[in-house]
Ligand binder design. Structure first.
Ligand SMILES: Cc1cc2nc3c(=O)[nH]c(=O)nc-3n(C[C@H](O)[C@H](O)[C@H](O)COP(=O)(O)O)c2cc1C
Length: 168
């Protein structure tokens, strides 16, 4: 599939079939994340592949409870000390953002659904996954075969979001 078709096809999926995700596909999406660029190539990330029902349920209690229905959840963690800082800008959030989007687009290419999950109580979520105190749990995504086909949620027109030479 052409990259632009993958980008156009991707949707946030919030209903999943129980069919298992082939190991080869899990490895494929993780490989896409692994190849992402990062601040000074620091690769501050760690990805946790969650399949255990008890762990999924525990993680889901921290927010977006519906994610537990997906056969797999992938959590993206970052070590902030391994990435850059510029003023109040902490690059680990960008590093994870880029890696997760690589993962999500690779999943779309394989016919798998995902949904960026940014809202959760970090403390109990970290506890569920045994994430050390100094490591941030930035995002998770369910991963599985979609059981819904949402329409595009729409985007602003290009003219609204671009200007030339100066901010307008
Ligand atoms: C950083 C970020 C955090 C998000 N967090 C959540 C979330 O916690 N729960 C959820 O259901 N969707 C979450 N989303 C999904 C957005 O709601 C979704 O991308 C947006 O509505 C556009 O829909 P689409 O992804 O289908 O194009 C998040 C998306 C991003 C980029």
């Amino acid at each position: 599939m052409e990259l632009m078709d993958v980008i156009r096809q991707r949707r946030s999926i919030r209903r999943y079939k129980s069919d298992p995700v082939p190991e080869d596909d899990i490895e494929y999406v993780l490989e896409a994340a692994r190849l992402a660029p990062s601040w000074a190539n620091s690769q501050c990330w760690k990805f946790i592949v969650i399949k255990d029902e008890t762990v999924k349920q525990e993680l889901a209690k921290a927010g977006n409870g519906w994610i537990a229905q997906a056969p797999v959840i992938i959590a993206a963690c970052a070590d902030p000390t391994k990435s850059g800082v510029k003023g109040d800008q902490q690059y680990y959030m960008l590093d994870i953002g880029i890696a997760m989007e690589h993962l999500i687009l690779a999943a779309t290419e394989r016919g798998l659904g995902t949904c960026w999950i940014g809202w959760f109580e970090e403390k109990p979520a970290k506890k569920a996954l045994g994430v050390p105190e100094e490591i941030r749990l930035v995002a998770t995504t369910p991963l599985g075969y979609p059981d819904e086909s949402p329409k595009s949620r729409g985007r602003k027109e290009l003219e609204e979001i671009t200007s030339f030479d100066k901010y307008e």
